[in-house]
Design a protein around this ligand. Structure first.
Ligand SMILES: C[S@@+](CC[C@H](N)C(=O)[O-])C[C@H]1O[C@@H](n2cnc3c(N)ncnc32)[C@H](O)[C@@H]1O
Length: 254
C-alpha cells in the first residue's frame, strides 16, 4: 500500500473529534440574568442556533445573548413551524430535521450553542429536539446549561416566595382545558401559568368564579422594555396580554 493510500485509509478509521452542543438558558430578558457559565460558553462556541417560526425573524433569546457572543459569529435560525400540536407528523419531522442540522455541525468538530429563553428544559424548543439529538449523538456531546426562568423573575419582582414550607407549585403552559386549570387551582398552593395570552378570558373567568383574582398577578415583558406587572387582578383586570406574559396565582390552598 502506498504512503498516500495508507494515510487516506487512516483518515477513514480515525473519527473526527465531535464538537459539543450547549443548550444554553439565557434567562427571561434582563441580560444581567445569565449565569457565569452561560456567558463563558457563549463567548467560546463556533456557531449559534436559535429557534424561529416562519414570519418571525426576531429571536428574543438572541437579543438577550448578543452582548456575550463572539463578534461576527454565525447565527443559524432553525425553523419551528407554528402548526397544530396534533400534527405530529409535521412536528416530529421538523424536530428531527433540526436535530440533524445541528449534528452535521458537531460532526465537523465545531461547537455550538442553542439559545433558549429562560431555562432550556422548561417548555422550550430545545427540549423538543433533545430526544432526536440523543439518538444521533453521544450523550457526552450534549451539555445543558440551566437558566433563570420567567416565573422565578416574576416572583423576585414581588419579593415573594414562589413556594415555602410544605407548599406546592404547579407550572402550566397555556390553558387549553379550563377543567385542568380548575383542578390545579384546587390542588396546588401556587400555580404559574405561562403563555397566559392563549386563553386569557377563560383564565380570568375561572379565577373570578373561584374568587381568586385578588390572589393572582400578571407579568409581561419581564426584564425587557415595556415590562408590566399587575398585582391583584380584582381591581385592575388587564386586557389580553402579549405573548411574553405569565400569571402566578397563590391559591392559599383553596
Ligand atoms: C416557550 S415558553 C418559554 C419558557 C422559558 N423556557 C422559561 O424558562 O421561562 C414562553 C412563555 O414563557 C413566559 N415568558 C418567558 N419570558 C418572559 C418574560 N420576559 N416575561 C414574561 N413572561 C415570559 C411567557 O409565559 C411565554 O409565553
Amino acid at each position: 500500500m502506498s504512503a498516500q493510500n495508507k494515510s487516506k485509509s487512516k483518515e477513514n478509521i480515525i473519527p473526527k473529534k465531535i464538537g459539543t452542543l450547549y443548550g444554553v438558558g439565557v434567562g427571561p430578558g434582563d441580560p444581567e440574568l445569565l449565569t457565569v457559565k452561560a456567558i463563558h460558553i457563549l463567548g467560546k462556541v463556533d456557531i449559534i442556533f436559535t429557534a424561529a417560526s416562519p414570519g418571525n425573524d426576531y429571536s428574543i433569546a438572541q437579543k438577550i445573548a448578543t452582548p456575550y457572543l463572539k463578534p461576527g459569529i454565525e447565527v443559524r435560525r432553525l425553523n419551528f413551524p407554528m402548526v397544530d400540536r396534533n400534527d405530529k407528523v409535521t412536528l416530529t419531522s421538523t424536530w428531527r430535521a433540526n436535530a440533524e442540522k445541528i449534528a452535521i455541525v458537531l460532526q465537523q468538530g465545531l461547537s455550538a450553542a442553542f439559545l433558549t429563553l429562560g431555562d432550556p428544559l422548561i417548555y422550550s424548543t430545545y427540549s423538543y429536539i433533545l430526544p432526536y439529538l440523543t439518538e444521533i449523538l453521544p450523550t457526552s456531546a450534549i451539555v445543558t446549561i440551566p437558566g433563570i426562568t420567567s416565573y422565578q423573575l416574576a416572583a423576585s419582582r414581588l419579593n415573594q416566595p414562589l413556594v415555602s414550607g410544605l407548599e406546592s407549585l404547579t407550572i402550566l403552559s397555556g390553558v387549553e382545558n379550563p377543567e385542568k386549570l380548575d383542578h390545579f387551582l384546587n390542588k396546588s398552593d401556587n400555580v404559574a401559568i405561562l403563555k397566559t395570552y392563549r386563553s386569557f378570558d377563560q383564565i380570568m373567568t375561572l379565577l373570578q368564579r373561584k374568587n381568586l383574582t385578588g390572589r393572582a398577578a400578571l407579568f409581561s415583558h419581564l426584564g425587557l422594555a415595556g415590562e408590566e406587572i399587575h398585582v391583584d387582578l380584582k381591581n385592575h383586570p388587564p386586557t389580553e396580554p402579549p405573548y411574553l406574559s405569565l400569571m402566578i396565582v397563590k391559591t392559599g390552598g383553596c
